[in-house]
Design a protein around this ligand. Structure first.
Ligand SMILES: [Zn+2]
Ligand SMILES: [Zn+2]
Length: 508
């Protein structure tokens, strides 16, 4: 059978993922694709790329055409393409002698036309070309493919070229960059590197090589990235939690990433926002196998009409906080005429503001909420689930604050996807900041104290627990005489910065 999947609007073949099976459940996947992705043994590098498995269903990524055997009679067809197309689940009848089958996929919304461009913040193991194919199959604009080290395994080294690759067949960009990892201090995503930042991982297993010593901190990795004009993301925030507080206190984190739906991570995010740190939110998958779709969690970033869709502009939009995380749903949010990432200015006494949010989704959503400084201040609920929820209300603002919109399942719990981690369907915007008076600022003494505790813990790890060469036995890469002073410097800067803020707050 020669199968073509066409876009209903254009009549042209459209990249997507397909699954065919008989009514008895026998899969008939296209030539060159697995009937069942081999992933039961929880190993890496088994059936990575070209296929996707959700639950017990295996999908093949195709460019819009494929060829393979289909049985005569009834066949079940299951096709999807990201979150802006209606998934197609239907039965077709294959007649004797039939050699052609055309199926139609319908786009229900066009976020690119509204200048929102989607990207996965965090992908491993795919090749560059494979990332293009799968991104097109998932209607995803950007893939941040990250080389890294896993003990004695090095992945995607061969894909690093220090610039983006742009597909000529679609609007997809793949940029191979890095995730640097340290098992206690934390992991760090460096987007848009032109030159590698070494060492990739440090201080022994699991992340670095056996027998390794602590040679680097996240803060220094972040600085090497910023020197090149790159973007620094704290992945799977906040874990590992030894250094994120340092990065945030010293302004080294451009954005925080969520790769799952988790209450604790929400609270941690809100805590830092409440302490006056402006932190954009990004979504990604940390994809390491064919058991999660590239872009299943994705970052939508807004690029204004006068700017081109390029990798650089996409990263700039993320750094400006013009983002929302989509784990299935799409969300629009405004406060007065301020959009996501903006600062709305009010007189020093505050005032009433009009808040509007709309959530739309191919999956049922049950709750749409407005969060102000970590508290839900407005909500609409549809217990049966809906594909569209809308909220429009007026709220009183009395001082500096932030608001964000979020949507998910019943009472803001998560209805799971069928990927290997059963991640929840949800969406969450970055904040709109509201300044009453001339300057936006917030401070929370509890958070400042909490950050100092985390930072002291990081310092104790560096001094007491991490593996080190005896001093003056080796020459370190940074060339400084005092290795401990080098490692501890960003932590001391962070403590100073937090104390400065505490004193300012005390005076005012
Ligand atoms: Zn990581
Ligand atoms: Zn990762």
């Amino acid at each position: 059978m020669h199968v073509t999947v066409v876009d209903d609007a254009t009549g042209k073949p459209v990249p997507c993922r397909v699954h065919f099976r008989s009514p008895e459940g026998i899969p008939y996947q296209p030539h060159g694709h697995h009937d069942h992705v081999n992933s039961n043994l929880n190993t890496w590098h088994v059936d990575v790329g070209g296929d996707l498995r959700l639950g017990q269903i295996t999908y093949a990524y195709i460019d819009g055409t494929c060829q393979g055997w289909l049985p005569r009679g009834e066949v079940l067809v299951d096709i999807a393409r990201g979150y802006e197309y209606e998934p197609l689940r239907s039965r077709v009848y294959i007649a004797p002698g039939q050699r052609e089958l055309t199926l139609r996929l319908k786009r229900w919304t066009d976020m690119n036309a509204r200048r929102w461009f989607s990207g996965d913040s965090h992908v491993h193991f795919l090749g560059t070309q494979g990332a293009h194919l799968e991104a097109q199959g998932e209607d995803l604009n950007v893939v941040n493919l990250l080389q890294s080290q896993w003990g004695h395994l090095f992945t995607n080294t061969e894909d690093f070229i220090g610039e983006p690759t742009v597909s000529n067949r679609g609007r997809t960009i793949v940029y191979c960059s890095q995730e640097n990892r340290q098992h206690v201090l934390g992991h760090l995503i460096l987007w848009g590197l032109k030159r590698a930042v070494m060492p990739w991982c440090t201080a022994g297993p699991d992340e670095a090589e056996l027998g390794g010593t602590l040679e680097e901190t996240l803060a220094h990795w972040a600085d090497r990235c910023h020197e090149q004009g790159g973007t620094v993301i704290i992945p799977h925030f906040p874990f590992p939690n030894g250094e994120p507080a340092v990065l945030i206190a010293t302004g080294r984190a451009d954005a925080l990433e969520m790769i799952g739906f988790d209450n604790f991570q929400h609270r941690e995010y809100y805590r830092y926002l409440n302490c006056g740190y402006r932190l954009p939110l990004v979504g990604g998958t940390d994809k390491m196998s064919s058991e999660v779709a590239v872009g299943q969690y994705r970052t939508y970033a807004y690029i204004p009409p006068e700017e081109e869709f390029t990798y650089e502009n996409w990263c700039k939009a993320v750094r400006a906080g013009r983002t929302f995380l989509s784990g299935g749903a799409l969300i629009h949010f405004s406060v007065e005429d301020a959009q996501i990432g903006d600062t709305l200015r009010l007189p020093s006494g505050g005032g009433m503001v009009e808040v509007e949010a709309v959530a739309e989704s191919i999956f049922p959503i049950h709750t749409l909420q407005i969060v102000q400084q970590g508290q839900v201040v407005a909500s609409v609920d549809e217990p049966k689930g809906a594909n569209r929820l809308q909220l429009k209300t007026r709220l009183r603002v009395t001082g500096n604050t932030w608001m964000a919109a979020r949507c998910a399942g019943p009472n803001y719990t998560a209805v799971p996807h069928f990927d290997v981690w059963r991640r929840g369907v949800f969406a969450h915007t970055s904040p709109i900041y509201i300044a009453c008076g001339d300057r936006w600022s917030l401070f929370d003494r509890g958070t400042a104290q909490y950050m100092l505790t985390l930072i002291e813990g990081g310092l104790a790890y560096i001094r007491e627990k991490a593996a080190h060469h005896p001093s003056h036995h080796v020459t370190h890469h940074h060339g400084e005489d005092d290795h401990f002073a080098y490692l501890e410097r960003p932590f001391r800067e962070a403590i100073e910065a937090i104390h400065r803020r505490m004193h300012e707050e005390f005076r005012s």
